[in-house]
Design a protein around this ligand. Structure first.
Ligand code: KIV
Length: 294
């Protein structure tokens, strides 16, 4: 491993850390808010250098980083470990940690205790939870405990089975009303921001007329106040199913495999390491060493 990280200097080096009032100001001014997921120190450094506004350590880590087929299995301890690494790689973006499935639903007390761990042990600025219904009560409780909460409506992957699978939500009037009610209830509960995932663009646009907090969309069209994408989808690092909204801006897995393959080839053919990759020793010292070894 090289001693010095090779990530280019950040264009955002002089920016102050992004705050909730700044996010609200962006919403009011109509300046799009940029959010991306990150799961470790290097991906956080990439997000920092790219100048994004918000970083989410999503429970999508279960799939992108830990190799599970869904987001459900990831644990609080696993996400805290990733959040803490991301925190060390960030200076400017607002950091949100995802509360994993099974860590907040049972009671307000459980929700507050888990949220406190994300702030206290991993340095998150806020937490995110999924769904309406009892999640609205949990969001309200966490907000009252002094921790900012981001809501998440529409396709909520933690409960995708109950929603009929990974599919767009709000494609019937009845379901669209439910999504709108969840969003408004979370807003009323004090969420500082809400994610809209996989909702028809016209439905999102109609709900936006009632929203007073920054809404970050993913597969919800262009009317939301900002957008979020999963790091591994955006960079072409994830081989699993990619939804239609996951625009790929690069295909980095190919060059990564090619580089590791070249390394393997060079080791096998004796071309690596070359003399320039080795340390030298004064010939006298080497002579003495050899004598002592003999
Ligand atoms: O876990 C995640 O990455 C998310 C985003 C898709 C919003 O919840």
């Amino acid at each position: 491993m090289s001693a010095t990280p090779q990530i280019p200097a950040s264009p955002t080096i002089d920016r102050l850390p992004v705050s909730i009032p700044q996010l609200h100001e962006k919403r009011v001014l109509g300046e799009p808010i940029v959010m991306v997921t990150a799961y470790d120190y290097p991906s956080a450094q990439v997000a920092e250098a790219a100048g994004v506004d918000m970083v989410l350590v999503g429970d999508s880590a279960a799939m992108t980083v830990l190799g599970h087929p869904t987001t459900v299995p990831v644990t609080t301890d696993e996400l805290l470990f990733l959040c803490a690494a991301v925190r060390r790689g960030l200076k400017t973006p607002f950091l949100v940690g995802d509360l994993p499935f099974g860590s907040y639903e049972a009671s307000d007390e459980e929700a507050i205790r888990t949220a406190q761990r994300f702030v206290k042990e991993a340095g998150c600025d806020a937490v995110k939870l999924e769904g309406g219904g009892t999640s609205v009560d949990r969001a309200r409780a966490i907000v009252r405990a002094g921790i900012p909460v981001m809501g998440h409506v529409g396709l909520t992957p933690q409960t995708a089975t109950a929603l009929g699978g990974y599919r767009a939500q709000g494609r019937t009037a009845r379901r669209a009303v439910e999504v709108a009610s969840d969003a408004l209830a979370l807003q009323e509960a004090g969420c500082f921001s809400i994610v809209f995932e996989a909702i028809p663009a016209p439905v999102a646009e109609a709900i936006m007329e009632r929203m007073e907090v920054p809404v970050i969309g993913i597969g919800a069209g262009a009317s939301t106040d900002g957008q979020v994408l999963v790091f591994h989808d955006l960079l072409g690092l994830y081989d699993g199913h990619s939804p239609r909204f996951a625009k790929r801006y690069a295909d980095l897995k190919g060059p990564m495999v090619a580089a590791v393959r070249e390394y393997a080839e060079e080791v096998r053919t004796g071309r690596f390491p070359a003399p320039e990759h080795a340390y030298s020793i004064d010939p006298d010292e080497l002579g003495r060493f050899r004598e002592q070894l003999a």
